[in-house]
Design a protein around this ligand. Sequence first.
Ligand SMILES: [Zn+2]
Length: 479
Amino acid sequence: MTTTLIRDATILTLDAAERIFARGHVLVRDGTIVAVGDDDYAGPEVPDRTLDGASRLVAPGLINAHTHSQSSTMAGFGDRLSHPAFMWLTQAHTSRRTPDEIRLAVLLTAWGLMTSGTTAAIDHFPGQRFTAADMDAVLAAWEETGLRVALGMRFFDGAFSDIFPDAPLPDALRDRMAQVEILKPQGVDELRDLMTDTIARWHGRAGRLSVFPAPSNPDRCTDAALLLCAELAERHDTGIHTHLLETRRQAALALEKYGETAVRHLETLGVLSARWSCAHSIWLDDADIDLLAARGAVAVLNPESNARIGTGLARAPEMLRRGVTLALGTDGASANDNMVLHEAMRAVATSHRAGEQDRSRWITARDALRMATAGGAAALRRPGLGTIAPGAPADLALYRLDAPWWVPLNDPVAQLVFAETGGAVDTVMIDGKIVVENRKVTTFDTQALAEEVRAMTRSLRKRNADLFDVATEIAGVVP
Ligand SMILES: [Zn+2]
């Protein structure tokens, strides 16, 4: 047993009573919060370790409910690209990695997440067909980081048709695109074996890892594969993670394929439930929104990614009003260049304001923070995450209150959402263990990682030259 006491800190509990303590304490035993109060700890336990919380805000760790570890090397790439050109550029950067390269991309993601106050995430991985070795590599790497992670085993068993542009393409280019082996669908039987095996070996590992079936996108999958997801999720009590209606074209493809919207099709199949967390959820009509609310499915909004690549503006105020559980994600670095969830909170609370005259419909800082905590907990299916209360998992971030945007301390919630950059994060605890201390990651060597990532990027440039060529040509055809 290990106990840690944080004392003399400002504590934002986000508990049921939304209490804030000016000079309080948090006591953690092993991975669980056991005591919280607005005074000094006076109980019988002698802590193994005491953290001085003076001039610190202790807040629940944030939950990034949609990212892609594989694209962590892509910050700064592909400004003003069409969606198909963007998708191919991402393929060029993220395909054909060795297990060690998969690990490096995870560590780079974790570095960005943890040092900006995020303690849990959903990794939608990979973007291509996968093997058991790929899943082992990505999950072992997440275990090494110390983060709490749901790994969405991303697959498609139908045509990846929305990465083929509408515009006419030269025959030679179309042939080359069709030949890319890594984008050929995986059959349902193979997927059943792979996913069952990965769940059996990894789901629940260390109390921090979970494994979800994860369609790349419902309309890139057959009905049989969607039914398989529901069956596996029921049998093993997992979530299901997916992209959903990110682009207008995906909405049109779904209508064409199903004769109804993608959301209504999930309902028709009988699979829509609270197990689903659906990234983007932009091109929804009112009936789709009501269905998500009625089934308890979580919409994971990615406002910065959507703005960066121009896919649309999710109807967040409408979804909130109609009772949909909302969570937040950064998306991968190819679509949103850093892992700072504070920016996504700020974006979701502000991006609709200029177009909404009725201020009572605006998303508040409190709403946005709830998405990044309780909403994320619903997506990860870990109730209790996102609060500082006895019995909750000990996932905490400590922010320095001597950063300029915290002077003076006016409203911790509004300052976390509207002011914080991630730069005031000082210490991070996940499952009771300190994973960031004095702004430095303690679970792996970030300097060595940076060198290895640079070398890997050079190597992949050569290895995936054919894919880079296709991406460049598509950007020429569909600018
Ligand atoms: Zn995504």
